[in-house]
Design a protein around this ligand. Structure first.
Ligand SMILES: Cc1cc2nc3c(=O)[nH]c(=O)nc-3n(C[C@H](O)[C@H](O)[C@H](O)COP(=O)(O)OP(=O)(O)OC[C@H]3O[C@@H](n4cnc5c(N)ncnc54)[C@H](O)[C@@H]3O)c2cc1C
Length: 482
């Protein structure tokens, strides 16, 4: 009889189209699915609070799904190499498999882990899974990675995407005896405060929640209307697949496959599908950048930004985090984040710009807050998003393009519906003033029941002045922004 295979699961919490799990099942012996709680494996970026909330539920769903197939999830706590070897020893496994990740700390550690386990006599195999193409697969003609998005996108269109999906195994053979496992509920992953109480209104972590989100995006017209509605934060205008993709509850291949199949079947116009598929390639771009420029998880890609005169404005940072800056679109975004663990992409750009350019707080501090509070916190996407907004990343918005929070609100939340939802104290402010209540005549504010500085803050900075200061600081970097 074939010896068992240990499958190390990380950000691939699903049974469908999971190459490592499929390889273990195809080996025809028992399979031991393992998830290891070891913060060290993530380097400086162990899962934040919102990610842990998600993980708790996603692991439970995965365990149920494995149990439906005669298997179960073994959860261990401790050093990855020690735990994998212990699980293998307890079950007589000779092979260990996992899907590859590309974050700097995981790449280094996985190399060392593979060497150590091989040395101990295990057959170790790893698989491509997380992206449509691995970061070293699609390169420029000179063999270097893309630093600009559009040529990468064109290259993806040229090369195409393999979308054959491996079906979920119907049955997964169990080892003779299961090794010890920590109970998922004992991982202590739920926040101790009731911060995440409303997350379940929006999210269903786990593989079936991911499938439903994709079916909704395709079947209910989200992808069809994507180009028109993706920038309107009050709509369900984007797929909301990001946490599911981050935790690997659905593969990017699967998303690409279902969207392109809808086009082939005539259920979706190609013109509508393309802008959506393009976003998936932004995700690839982010992963490629971080893989090839590993220092960017904490340092600006453009080194001259090291000398930027950032300010450690703790009071400003705290007002931003709490959604109390006095700029309604910024506050709405930050409150959406706190209440749901997610924020609309357009608003992410606005709040990030505000922190970095109006308050001059270093982008790393904003990235750290997002890391802790986003259910989709993803090192590659988050790093790129912040560096892009701060103007110090690849193919980034130039520093001198500073979002005006009032104009952004008027443009993308014209009716104020998004602000009214998340900043209810402004609910009765007329549309005309909803994005700049400080400019409203006092009788209008009185009629809306708002006393500025009391019910809702005065702006913590004057945007026009802050913009001048930011531009002057940027000019001193000698970058020639004018
Ligand atoms: C400052 C900042 C921080 C960000 N941090 C994260 C993060 O931690 N995790 C994260 O997944 N995304 C991050 N993003 C990117 C983007 O905001 C989210 O991916 C998107 O809002 C998720 O919503 P959705 O699933 O409905 O996206 P859709 O618009 O439906 O897009 C589909 C998928 O494409 C990918 N995608 C879309 N836009 C981007 C993008 N700009 N960059 C990379 N991938 C993208 C995501 O995986 C997304 O789920 C950040 C953006 C900014 C500006």
């Amino acid at each position: 009889m074939t010896a068992p295979t240990v499958v190390r699961l990380r950000l691939d919490l699903r049974v469908r189209d999971n190459p490592a799990l499929r390889a273990a099942v195809d080996a025809d012996g028992p399979v031991v699915p393992v998830w290891i709680d070891d913060d060290a494996q993530w380097g400086a970026w162990p899962p934040g609070g919102a990610s842990r909330w998600w993980l708790h539920r996603s692991l439970a769903r995965l365990d149920e799904s494995l149990r439906d197939r005669g298997s179960r999830l073994i959860v261990r706590r401790g050093d990855v190499a020690t735990e994998l070897a212990a699980v293998a020893a307890a079950t007589g496994a000779e092979s260990i498999v996992w899907n590859r990740l590309y974050e700097p700390a995981t790449v280094e550690r996985d190399k060392a882990l593979k060497a150590a386990l091989t040395e101990r006599g295990f057959a170790v195999r790893t698989f491509a899974d997380r992206l449509l193409h691995e970061p070293w697969d699609v390169l420029k003609a000179d063999g270097t990675p893309y630093r600009v998005f559009t040529p990468l996108w064109r290259a993806y269109q040229r090369v195409g995407v393999e979308t054959e999906l491996a079906a979920a195994p119907r049955a997964i053979a169990a080892p003779e005896a299961w090794p010890d496992s920590v109970a998922i509920d004992d991982l202590g992953f739920d926040p101790t405060i009731d911060w995440a109480a409303r997350f379940p209104d929006r999210w269903t972590p786990g593989e079936s929640g991911a499938s439903r989100a994709l079916s909704h995006a395709i079947g209910e017209g989200v992808v069809e209307r994507y180009d028109d509605e993706r920038d309107q934060p009050d709509r369900y205008g984007t797929s909301r697949l990001s946490p599911h993709l981050h935790f690997g509850e659905i593969s990017a291949r699967n998303v690409w496959h279902d969207v392109t199949r809808a086009v082939t079947n005539g259920d979706l116009a190609e013109d509508a599908a393309t802008p959506f598929l393009r976003q998936l390639v932004w995700r690839e771009f982010a992963h490629s950048l971080l893989y090839h420029e590993p220092q960017t998880e904490s340092e600006p890609l453009r080194p001259e930004f090291e000398a930027f005169p950032w300010r450690d404005d703790d009071a400003g940072l705290a007002a931003w985090q709490r959604g109390k800056t006095g700029y309604p679109i910024v506050d709405a975004g930050m409150r959406e984040l706190w209440a749901t663990g997610w924020m609309h992409n357009r608003v992410r750009m606005v709040v990030a710009s505000f922190l970095v350019k109006d308050l001059l707080v270093p982008w790393q501090r904003g990235a750290a807050w997002f890391w802790d509070t986003l259910v989709d916190a993803d090192l590659a996407n988050n790093t790129m998003g912040w560096q892009w907004t701060a103007g110090c990343g690849a193919d980034a918005a130039p520093f001198f393009r500073i979002y005006n929070p009032v104009r952004q609100g008027e443009r993308f939340d014209a009716s104020g519906a998004y602000v009214r939802r998340w900043v209810p104290e402004l609910a009765d402010v007329p549309d005309k003033w909803i994005h700049e209540p400080w400019s409203a005549p006092s009788d209008v504010l009185a009629a809306a029941g708002v006393r500025l500085g009391h019910d809702y803050p005065e702006p913590i900075v004057d945007h026009a002045l802050a913009r001048d200061v930011a531009l002057a600081s940027y000019k001193r970097l000698g970058d020639g922004a004018d």
